[in-house]
Design a protein around this ligand. Structure first.
Ligand code: ATP
Length: 413
């Protein structure tokens, strides 16, 4: 049997991935990829999932799930990826371009997806765009790097320097808030026997979790174990919290509080907030907008606000970039700005939901180093949600959701 080619294309946050993908799919092949001429290629990426999700939503239909039962919207990210891969394989492509296929995947789903692809390795060529070294397929036959728009040879040393750089990067202290306000009670969040069911399917089963001031938690659990569902209870967004013993910032859910009163206490960031963001806002204004709880600044900032933004930008090593449009920053820089934006008021609780997804090793290491610093130097409690044990992250506690047929149970590790 003819051996199929499998490329690992290492990207960093300056790589022009869309340009590269477009070239490959339109047949304008870069040097080294000529064997793909006249072959049928398909793209596996988060953008493709988002596109199908929009389409399913607009036409009220189900396109991807082979059982025709579940919409993409209601699937966990792992379920979405499995469903998309199967859907693409069924279309019998000659090659697949996989844009960071393992982001947001827990270890088991990652192994299942890797196995699924390995089984196809003699039938389908793959071009894996990969930002973390540990993610490259074992059956890769050729490794290159995408530098800006150009394919160049891969050099191991380029990524190895990331950790060293991150550890000594942030030298200044975390800037204090403009108005410091001590939260009156020690306990911020108290979930007592919280359960959630969707269409008779039990998702969360009797969750007990207390989060106190200044604690640093990592929330872990397999894809579909209910992490997002649990977060939506904590942020007050899920109506299934009513009538349960859910205490958010000292008040029982459903005791007359507004969602805004809950959210005032939370700094929140998940990459989906800016994935589709196209507004024209300078980096500094994006940061300051965290003071007004908007994404992008629509009011004139005060002297104090400008001064505070300066301190943050200097800490992040991005003062020179203050007037650059947020959308033009690298992915790693955008994430640092958004973490700082969520933290700028020093809220009692900071939630970071899969914040390193899609980052290269070096940018992920920088992000993790910033979060550790926030945990060390502030009174803010942190929930960091991530499937990977992020190298270098130093949470005080792990809260793990484990799936059972009666819904996920929670456990402090
Ligand atoms: N609105 C909904 N209707 C029906 N099922 C839902 C809904 N929202 C979530 N689910 C289901 O609940 C389960 C838990 O989903 P959730 O998104 O909370 O998991 P997760 O741990 O965050 O997953 P991932 O890590 O993949 O993002 C999944 O099986 C999902 O399909």
């Amino acid at each position: 049997m003819e051996q199929k080619k499998h490329w690992a294309v290492f990207t960093d946050n300056c790589s022009k991935k869309s340009h590269f993908i477009h070239r490959i799919l339109s047949g304008n092949l870069p040097v080294g990829f000529e064997v793909l001429a006249d072959q049928k290629g398909l793209l596996f990426s988060k953008t493709v999932i988002d596109r199908y999700m929009d389409e399913e939503d607009r036409h009220d239909t189900i396109l991807i799930d082979h059982t025709g039962k579940q919409s993409l919207q209601t699937m966990s990210s792992g379920e979405q990826k499995k469903a998309l891969l199967q859907y693409l394989i069924n279309k019998t492509p000659d090659f697949l371009i996989l844009d960071n296929p393992f982001d947001n995947l827990d270890t088991d789903s990652l192994i299942a997806l890797k196995d699924g692809l390995a089984q196809q390795q003699h039938k389908i060529s793959t071009i894996q765009l990969v930002s973390r070294r540990s993610d490259a397929f074992s059956f890769t036959t050729s490794t290159v790097r995408l530098k800006d728009r150009t394919i160049i040879p891969y050099n191991e040393k380029d990524t190895a320097e990331g950790q060293v750089l991150a550890d000594s990067f942030f030298s200044a202290k975390i800037p204090p808030p403009l108005h410091s306000k001590d939260f009156p009670t020690e306990t911020l969040i108290d979930c007592r026997n919280i359960s959630v069911t969707y269409s008779n399917k039990p998702i969360l089963n009797a969750i007990n979790w207390t989060i106190k001031k200044g604690e640093f938690w990592q929330l872990i659990g397999k894809n579909g174990s209910g992490k997002s569902t649990l977060l939506s209870m904590i942020t007050g967004d899920n109506h299934k919290g009513y009538g349960q013993a859910l205490y958010l910032f000292g008040r029982k859910k459903g005791s007359g509080e507004s969602v805004w009163e809950i959210k005032e206490n939370i700094g929140y960031y998940t990459p989906a907030m800016t994935d589709k963001f196209s507004g024209l806002h300078a980096a500094r204004n994006m940061l300051i907008s965290g003071l007004n709880d908007s994404i992008g600044l629509y009011l004139h900032p005060t002297e104090n606000q400008l001064n505070l933004a300066k301190q943050w930008l200097q800490l992040l090593g991005m003062w020179e970039l203050r007037n650059v449009n947020f959308c033009e920053l690298t992915l790693g820089q955008q994430r640092l700005i958004m973490a700082a934006r969520a933290m700028i008021k020093h809220p009692p609780l900071l939630i970071l939901d899969e914040p390193t997804a899609g980052l290269d090793d070096r940018s992920a290491a920088l992000f993790v180093s910033l979060v550790n610093k926030i945990a060390q130097e502030s009174q803010t409690a942190i929930i960091f949600v991530s499937h990977r044990k992020e190298p270098g992250l130093l949470p005080h506690h792990f809260y793990q959701l484990s799936m059972t047929p009666q819904g996920s149970i929670g456990e402090i590790l």
